[in-house]
Design a protein around this ligand. Structure first.
Ligand SMILES: Cc1ncc(COP(=O)(O)O)c(C=O)c1O
Length: 329
Protein backbone atom coordinates (compact mmCIF):
# COMPACT_ATOMS: atom_id res chain seq x y z
CA UNK A 1 0.00 0.00 0.00
CA UNK A 2 1.27 3.48 -0.88
CA UNK A 3 2.02 5.64 2.16
CA UNK A 4 1.55 8.93 0.38
CA UNK A 5 0.67 9.92 -3.19
CA UNK A 6 4.29 11.02 -3.74
CA UNK A 7 5.95 7.97 -2.22
CA UNK A 8 8.56 6.62 -4.68
CA UNK A 9 8.56 2.92 -5.74
CA UNK A 10 10.21 0.36 -3.50
CA UNK A 11 11.34 -3.26 -3.77
CA UNK A 12 10.03 -5.29 -0.83
CA UNK A 13 13.04 -6.90 0.85
CA UNK A 14 12.63 -6.39 4.60
CA UNK A 15 10.44 -8.45 6.93
CA UNK A 16 7.85 -5.80 7.75
CA UNK A 17 6.21 -4.73 9.93
CA UNK A 18 8.76 -5.33 12.65
CA UNK A 19 7.26 -6.01 16.09
CA UNK A 20 6.98 -3.60 19.01
CA UNK A 21 7.79 -5.32 22.30
CA UNK A 22 7.67 -4.41 26.00
CA UNK A 23 11.02 -4.43 27.79
CA UNK A 24 9.66 -5.29 31.22
CA UNK A 25 12.90 -6.23 32.95
CA UNK A 26 14.79 -3.18 31.75
CA UNK A 27 11.83 -0.90 32.58
CA UNK A 28 11.84 -2.22 36.15
CA UNK A 29 15.59 -1.83 36.41
CA UNK A 30 15.53 1.74 35.06
CA UNK A 31 12.54 2.73 37.22
CA UNK A 32 10.04 3.60 34.46
CA UNK A 33 6.51 2.25 34.22
CA UNK A 34 6.84 1.28 30.56
CA UNK A 35 9.61 0.87 28.02
CA UNK A 36 8.99 -0.28 24.45
CA UNK A 37 11.24 -1.34 21.61
CA UNK A 38 10.62 -1.28 17.86
CA UNK A 39 12.55 -4.36 16.76
CA UNK A 40 14.11 -3.07 13.56
CA UNK A 41 16.99 -5.41 14.27
CA UNK A 42 14.53 -8.02 12.99
CA UNK A 43 14.06 -6.66 9.47
CA UNK A 44 15.85 -9.83 8.33
CA UNK A 45 19.00 -11.72 9.29
CA UNK A 46 21.56 -10.84 6.65
CA UNK A 47 19.50 -7.77 5.70
CA UNK A 48 18.93 -6.82 9.32
CA UNK A 49 18.79 -3.36 10.83
CA UNK A 50 17.72 0.08 9.70
CA UNK A 51 19.62 0.16 6.41
CA UNK A 52 17.39 -2.23 4.57
CA UNK A 53 14.37 0.04 4.92
CA UNK A 54 16.26 2.76 3.06
CA UNK A 55 17.76 0.34 0.54
CA UNK A 56 14.31 -0.84 -0.53
CA UNK A 57 13.84 2.56 -2.17
CA UNK A 58 17.43 2.97 -3.43
CA UNK A 59 17.46 -0.40 -5.16
CA UNK A 60 14.08 0.29 -6.80
CA UNK A 61 15.58 3.41 -8.38
CA UNK A 62 18.75 1.52 -9.39
CA UNK A 63 16.75 -1.24 -11.10
CA UNK A 64 14.47 1.30 -12.80
CA UNK A 65 17.61 2.90 -14.29
CA UNK A 66 18.77 -0.48 -15.58
CA UNK A 67 21.74 -0.73 -13.20
CA UNK A 68 23.34 -4.10 -12.50
CA UNK A 69 25.90 -2.98 -9.92
CA UNK A 70 25.64 -1.09 -6.63
CA UNK A 71 28.56 1.00 -5.40
CA UNK A 72 28.63 2.41 -1.89
CA UNK A 73 31.01 3.12 0.99
CA UNK A 74 31.40 3.09 4.77
CA UNK A 75 33.56 1.88 7.64
CA UNK A 76 35.09 -1.58 7.50
CA UNK A 77 32.38 -2.83 9.90
CA UNK A 78 29.60 -0.91 8.12
CA UNK A 79 26.14 -2.40 8.61
CA UNK A 80 24.99 -0.43 5.58
CA UNK A 81 27.65 -2.05 3.36
CA UNK A 82 26.84 -5.54 4.66
CA UNK A 83 23.11 -5.05 4.03
CA UNK A 84 23.92 -3.76 0.52
CA UNK A 85 26.13 -6.78 -0.17
CA UNK A 86 23.41 -9.17 1.04
CA UNK A 87 20.69 -7.62 -1.07
CA UNK A 88 22.93 -7.60 -4.16
CA UNK A 89 23.57 -11.32 -3.72
CA UNK A 90 19.84 -11.89 -3.38
CA UNK A 91 18.97 -9.81 -6.45
CA UNK A 92 21.83 -11.07 -8.62
CA UNK A 93 23.61 -7.69 -8.72
CA UNK A 94 27.33 -6.97 -8.55
CA UNK A 95 28.47 -4.95 -5.52
CA UNK A 96 31.47 -2.81 -4.88
CA UNK A 97 32.31 -1.47 -1.42
CA UNK A 98 34.79 1.32 -0.68
CA UNK A 99 35.78 0.73 2.93
CA UNK A 100 37.59 2.85 5.52
CA UNK A 101 40.02 0.66 7.42
CA UNK A 102 42.68 1.52 9.97
CA UNK A 103 44.67 -1.68 9.30
CA UNK A 104 46.05 -2.41 5.83
CA UNK A 105 44.63 -5.93 5.92
CA UNK A 106 41.52 -5.80 8.11
CA UNK A 107 40.45 -8.78 10.15
CA UNK A 108 37.74 -10.82 8.41
CA UNK A 109 35.22 -10.64 11.22
CA UNK A 110 31.69 -9.33 11.86
CA UNK A 111 30.19 -7.43 8.94
CA UNK A 112 33.36 -7.63 6.83
CA UNK A 113 33.28 -11.41 7.01
CA UNK A 114 29.71 -11.30 5.69
CA UNK A 115 30.63 -8.81 2.93
CA UNK A 116 33.12 -11.35 1.68
CA UNK A 117 30.70 -14.27 2.08
CA UNK A 118 28.14 -12.36 -0.01
CA UNK A 119 30.70 -11.86 -2.80
CA UNK A 120 31.27 -8.11 -2.46
CA UNK A 121 34.27 -6.59 -4.19
CA UNK A 122 35.93 -4.52 -1.45
CA UNK A 123 38.72 -1.95 -1.47
CA UNK A 124 40.34 -0.73 1.75
CA UNK A 125 41.53 2.80 2.43
CA UNK A 126 43.23 4.46 5.37
CA UNK A 127 41.06 6.99 7.27
CA UNK A 128 43.13 9.84 5.76
CA UNK A 129 42.75 8.63 2.20
CA UNK A 130 39.07 7.81 2.70
CA UNK A 131 38.29 11.26 4.08
CA UNK A 132 40.37 13.34 1.69
CA UNK A 133 39.87 11.37 -1.53
CA UNK A 134 36.41 9.87 -1.24
CA UNK A 135 35.03 11.62 -4.32
CA UNK A 136 38.00 10.40 -6.40
CA UNK A 137 37.67 6.85 -5.03
CA UNK A 138 33.99 6.78 -5.95
CA UNK A 139 34.63 8.22 -9.43
CA UNK A 140 37.40 5.65 -10.00
CA UNK A 141 35.16 2.75 -8.95
CA UNK A 142 32.32 3.94 -11.16
CA UNK A 143 34.67 4.32 -14.13
CA UNK A 144 36.14 0.85 -13.60
CA UNK A 145 32.68 -0.69 -13.38
CA UNK A 146 31.60 1.04 -16.58
CA UNK A 147 34.80 -0.14 -18.32
CA UNK A 148 33.94 -3.72 -17.29
CA UNK A 149 30.66 -3.32 -19.13
CA UNK A 150 28.50 -2.95 -16.05
CA UNK A 151 26.03 -0.20 -15.23
CA UNK A 152 26.80 1.06 -11.73
CA UNK A 153 24.45 2.92 -9.40
CA UNK A 154 26.05 4.86 -6.54
CA UNK A 155 24.60 5.91 -3.22
CA UNK A 156 26.43 7.45 -0.26
CA UNK A 157 27.07 6.07 3.20
CA UNK A 158 23.94 5.08 5.08
CA UNK A 159 21.69 5.86 2.06
CA UNK A 160 20.80 9.05 3.94
CA UNK A 161 19.48 10.95 0.94
CA UNK A 162 15.87 12.10 0.42
CA UNK A 163 14.93 8.83 -1.35
CA UNK A 164 16.32 6.77 1.57
CA UNK A 165 14.33 8.85 4.09
CA UNK A 166 11.18 7.10 2.94
CA UNK A 167 12.37 4.00 4.78
CA UNK A 168 11.71 5.58 8.15
CA UNK A 169 8.61 7.42 7.02
CA UNK A 170 7.30 3.90 6.41
CA UNK A 171 8.48 2.83 9.87
CA UNK A 172 6.34 5.59 11.42
CA UNK A 173 3.32 4.33 9.46
CA UNK A 174 3.86 0.93 11.12
CA UNK A 175 4.22 2.50 14.56
CA UNK A 176 0.98 4.43 14.08
CA UNK A 177 -0.76 1.11 13.33
CA UNK A 178 0.88 -0.52 16.33
CA UNK A 179 0.63 2.22 18.96
CA UNK A 180 -1.80 4.85 17.67
CA UNK A 181 -1.03 8.54 17.29
CA UNK A 182 -2.50 9.64 20.61
CA UNK A 183 0.02 8.01 22.97
CA UNK A 184 2.67 10.42 24.38
CA UNK A 185 5.59 8.61 22.78
CA UNK A 186 9.28 9.50 22.86
CA UNK A 187 10.99 7.72 19.96
CA UNK A 188 14.74 7.24 20.40
CA UNK A 189 17.25 6.26 17.72
CA UNK A 190 20.99 6.38 17.06
CA UNK A 191 21.89 9.16 14.61
CA UNK A 192 24.91 8.92 12.34
CA UNK A 193 24.32 9.56 8.64
CA UNK A 194 20.93 10.98 9.65
CA UNK A 195 18.41 9.26 7.38
CA UNK A 196 16.78 7.26 10.16
CA UNK A 197 16.02 10.27 12.32
CA UNK A 198 15.08 12.45 9.33
CA UNK A 199 12.59 9.79 8.17
CA UNK A 200 11.09 9.48 11.66
CA UNK A 201 10.75 13.27 11.90
CA UNK A 202 9.04 13.44 8.50
CA UNK A 203 6.79 10.47 9.29
CA UNK A 204 5.73 12.01 12.61
CA UNK A 205 4.78 15.20 10.76
CA UNK A 206 3.07 13.51 7.79
CA UNK A 207 0.94 11.27 10.02
CA UNK A 208 0.25 14.16 12.42
CA UNK A 209 1.48 12.48 15.57
CA UNK A 210 1.79 15.75 17.48
CA UNK A 211 2.13 14.07 20.85
CA UNK A 212 5.22 12.16 19.71
CA UNK A 213 8.76 13.37 20.04
CA UNK A 214 11.63 12.04 17.87
CA UNK A 215 14.83 12.12 19.90
CA UNK A 216 18.02 11.21 18.06
CA UNK A 217 21.20 10.35 19.93
CA UNK A 218 24.23 11.48 17.89
CA UNK A 219 26.91 8.79 17.80
CA UNK A 220 29.38 10.19 15.29
CA UNK A 221 29.37 13.99 15.09
CA UNK A 222 28.45 17.03 17.16
CA UNK A 223 24.88 18.12 17.80
CA UNK A 224 25.52 21.38 15.89
CA UNK A 225 26.55 19.31 12.87
CA UNK A 226 23.41 17.18 13.11
CA UNK A 227 21.07 20.12 13.64
CA UNK A 228 22.22 21.46 10.29
CA UNK A 229 22.51 18.11 8.51
CA UNK A 230 19.06 16.92 9.60
CA UNK A 231 17.40 20.26 8.79
CA UNK A 232 18.89 20.13 5.28
CA UNK A 233 17.90 16.52 4.71
CA UNK A 234 14.36 17.11 5.96
CA UNK A 235 14.04 20.29 3.90
CA UNK A 236 15.37 18.62 0.72
CA UNK A 237 13.00 15.67 1.13
CA UNK A 238 10.01 17.96 1.65
CA UNK A 239 10.99 19.90 -1.48
CA UNK A 240 11.78 16.94 -3.70
CA UNK A 241 8.55 15.06 -2.92
CA UNK A 242 6.32 18.15 -2.54
CA UNK A 243 5.30 17.20 0.99
CA UNK A 244 2.92 19.70 2.47
CA UNK A 245 4.96 20.45 5.60
CA UNK A 246 6.38 23.57 7.25
CA UNK A 247 9.62 23.79 9.28
CA UNK A 248 7.61 24.02 12.55
CA UNK A 249 6.15 20.58 11.80
CA UNK A 250 9.61 18.98 11.81
CA UNK A 251 11.53 19.94 14.98
CA UNK A 252 15.03 18.50 15.35
CA UNK A 253 15.47 17.08 18.86
CA UNK A 254 18.80 15.63 19.93
CA UNK A 255 20.03 13.94 23.09
CA UNK A 256 23.53 15.32 23.45
CA UNK A 257 26.62 13.96 25.16
CA UNK A 258 26.70 10.25 24.32
CA UNK A 259 29.25 9.99 21.51
CA UNK A 260 32.13 9.53 23.94
CA UNK A 261 35.55 10.13 22.39
CA UNK A 262 34.28 9.59 18.87
CA UNK A 263 32.52 7.42 16.34
CA UNK A 264 32.80 3.69 17.07
CA UNK A 265 34.91 4.31 20.18
CA UNK A 266 33.07 2.59 23.02
CA UNK A 267 33.07 3.90 26.59
CA UNK A 268 32.34 2.20 29.93
CA UNK A 269 28.67 3.26 30.40
CA UNK A 270 27.79 2.19 26.87
CA UNK A 271 29.53 -1.15 27.39
CA UNK A 272 27.54 -1.53 30.61
CA UNK A 273 24.36 -0.84 28.57
CA UNK A 274 25.31 -3.73 26.23
CA UNK A 275 25.61 -5.97 29.30
CA UNK A 276 22.27 -4.77 30.73
CA UNK A 277 20.36 -5.34 27.49
CA UNK A 278 21.86 -8.82 27.22
CA UNK A 279 21.43 -9.77 30.87
CA UNK A 280 17.91 -8.36 31.40
CA UNK A 281 16.26 -8.78 28.00
CA UNK A 282 18.34 -11.24 25.97
CA UNK A 283 18.99 -8.48 23.43
CA UNK A 284 22.13 -7.74 21.43
CA UNK A 285 23.23 -4.11 21.10
CA UNK A 286 26.22 -3.03 19.04
CA UNK A 287 29.25 -1.02 20.17
CA UNK A 288 28.96 1.89 17.69
CA UNK A 289 25.28 2.82 17.54
CA UNK A 290 22.61 1.17 19.66
CA UNK A 291 24.63 0.92 22.88
CA UNK A 292 25.32 4.67 22.83
CA UNK A 293 21.73 5.47 21.80
CA UNK A 294 20.27 3.39 24.62
CA UNK A 295 22.70 4.94 27.10
CA UNK A 296 21.46 8.38 25.98
CA UNK A 297 17.84 7.24 26.19
CA UNK A 298 18.24 5.97 29.78
CA UNK A 299 19.53 9.38 30.86
CA UNK A 300 17.03 11.39 28.81
CA UNK A 301 13.91 9.44 29.76
CA UNK A 302 14.54 10.23 33.42
CA UNK A 303 14.12 13.93 32.56
CA UNK A 304 10.82 13.52 30.69
CA UNK A 305 7.41 13.53 32.40
CA UNK A 306 6.09 10.29 33.97
CA UNK A 307 3.33 10.06 31.33
CA UNK A 308 5.87 9.79 28.48
CA UNK A 309 6.40 6.34 26.94
CA UNK A 310 9.95 5.77 25.66
CA UNK A 311 10.19 3.65 22.50
CA UNK A 312 13.69 2.60 21.49
CA UNK A 313 14.12 1.97 17.77
CA UNK A 314 16.58 -0.92 17.71
CA UNK A 315 18.42 -0.25 14.47
CA UNK A 316 20.40 -3.51 14.47
CA UNK A 317 24.15 -3.87 14.13
CA UNK A 318 24.60 -7.12 16.08
CA UNK A 319 27.37 -8.37 13.76
CA UNK A 320 29.48 -5.38 14.79
CA UNK A 321 29.56 -6.74 18.34
CA UNK A 322 31.17 -9.96 17.14
CA UNK A 323 34.08 -7.94 15.79
CA UNK A 324 34.48 -6.38 19.29
CA UNK A 325 34.05 -9.33 21.62
CA UNK A 326 37.10 -8.03 23.50
CA UNK A 327 34.93 -5.27 25.01
CA UNK A 328 32.97 -7.77 27.09
CA UNK A 329 35.72 -10.26 27.80
C1 LIG B 1 23.09 -0.30 13.65
C2 LIG B 1 22.93 1.12 13.23
N1 LIG B 1 22.14 1.92 13.96
C3 LIG B 1 21.97 3.23 13.66
C4 LIG B 1 22.60 3.79 12.56
C5 LIG B 1 22.41 5.24 12.30
O1 LIG B 1 21.47 5.47 11.31
P1 LIG B 1 21.62 6.70 10.32
O2 LIG B 1 22.90 6.49 9.58
O3 LIG B 1 20.43 6.63 9.48
O4 LIG B 1 21.69 7.93 11.16
C6 LIG B 1 23.42 2.99 11.75
C7 LIG B 1 24.09 3.59 10.58
O5 LIG B 1 25.15 3.42 10.22
C8 LIG B 1 23.57 1.62 12.08
O6 LIG B 1 24.36 0.82 11.34
Amino acid sequence: MKLHPHEPPRVELAQLPTPVVELKQLAKRQGVHRLLMKRDDLTGLELSGNKIRKLEYMVAEALAQGSDTLVTHGGVQSNHCRATAALCARLGLHVRLILRSAGVVPEMDGNLFLDSLFGAECSYHSPDEYTSKLDELVAESLAQEAMSGRKPYFFPVGASVPLGCWGYIRCVAELVEQLGCEAPIDLYCATSSGGTQAGLILGRALFQCEKWSVRGVPVSDSSDYFRQKLSELVRETIGLYSLNLLPEHTPIELVEGYIGEGYAIPYPTAIETIRLAGRYEGLVLDPSYTSKAMTGMFADMATRGPDRVPVFVHTGGAFGLFARKDLLA
